[in-house]
Design a protein around this ligand. Sequence first.
Ligand code: ADP
Length: 346
Amino acid sequence: MFMTAPTTNTHSAEAKSSFKPIVVSGIQPSGTLHLGNYFGAIRQHVELHASFESYFFIVNYHALTTLNDAAALRKYSLDVALDYLALGFDPSKSHLFLQSDVPQVTELSWIFYTITPVSQLEKGVSFKDKVAQGLTANAGLFNYPILQAADILVYGGSRVPVGADQKQNVEICRDLAIRFNDRFCPNDPVFPIPEPYILEDVAVVPGVDGRKMSKSYNNTIGIFDEGKELKKKVMSIVTDSTPLEEPKDPLTCNVFALIKLFASDSKREEVAAAYRAGGYGYGHAKNELLHLITEAFAESREKRHELAKRPNDVMDVLREGGKKGREQAEVFMRKVREVTGLITTY
Ligand code: ADP
């Protein structure tokens, strides 16, 4: 279920109704996609891509800000494509491609740099977080929100599905669209003013250590983990040490928090009642979770195995998506070059 911010307000660019709804979203290829990504983002991407004209791209330029390993970047990029296709992304409905297949995005970024106050980037939450974690603050990391804004606006994106944690980046993008339109084309705005699409009451999915599941904490369960690896991770989920026979509170348990995401209402009630009754240990709960995860992704896992045997087909999907991405980006870039006075001779 999605909560949509109002789509009209008094700003000139939004008052104009010539912009059609276009959904855009970038997916980081900087690690194996995990259950937090699935429930917080991918599930809604897969729902949205079938309902709106959508551009979903694998943000390999963004990944370079933290990942300098060509083999890993290639692998993660193709893994994301496999994951999305296996989880239900249908390339006949919308476009899936690699960010770097649309070089116009870096061209637009440069233009945006020239109208962005440094002070606005210094307040960036992701930048501040990464610096606090001790990561080297390269200029790419600092300018990350600008590339993100260019990613959205180069396709005329008007709706951006994001987790609540990324709302600030959509704000920067909105500011840039407004500033660009006001400065260069106030009477005939080039860009729509995008709106965030935020999943209603999205739960923070806990990792095996109880903190937010995140690849930075090394506490993830991969969507397509299976067999021994999956079992090992599920069995390592941190719980308290209440003995098996005693009653337990499901609401404070990390295992139950994950079970809740997968179980039907009746199953959830059944497990919660077993927790409260006592005689049901964390081992039982973990086995239940293992079963639920295995079942939930069984079909997608099968599809992923099949797709992995046909890498050329996956490349074809990305190639075709990239072609559509470049065509759409060029429509906007022609206008951008014209209103900014960048003469092109080709
Ligand atoms: P990570 O923290 O592993 O680096 P990302 O920041 O790449 O994950 O996550 C991409 C998106 O996936 C986020 O914007 C958010 O919507 C969703 N997401 C990631 N982790 C979680 C989580 N633990 N719970 C809910 N949603 C999450």
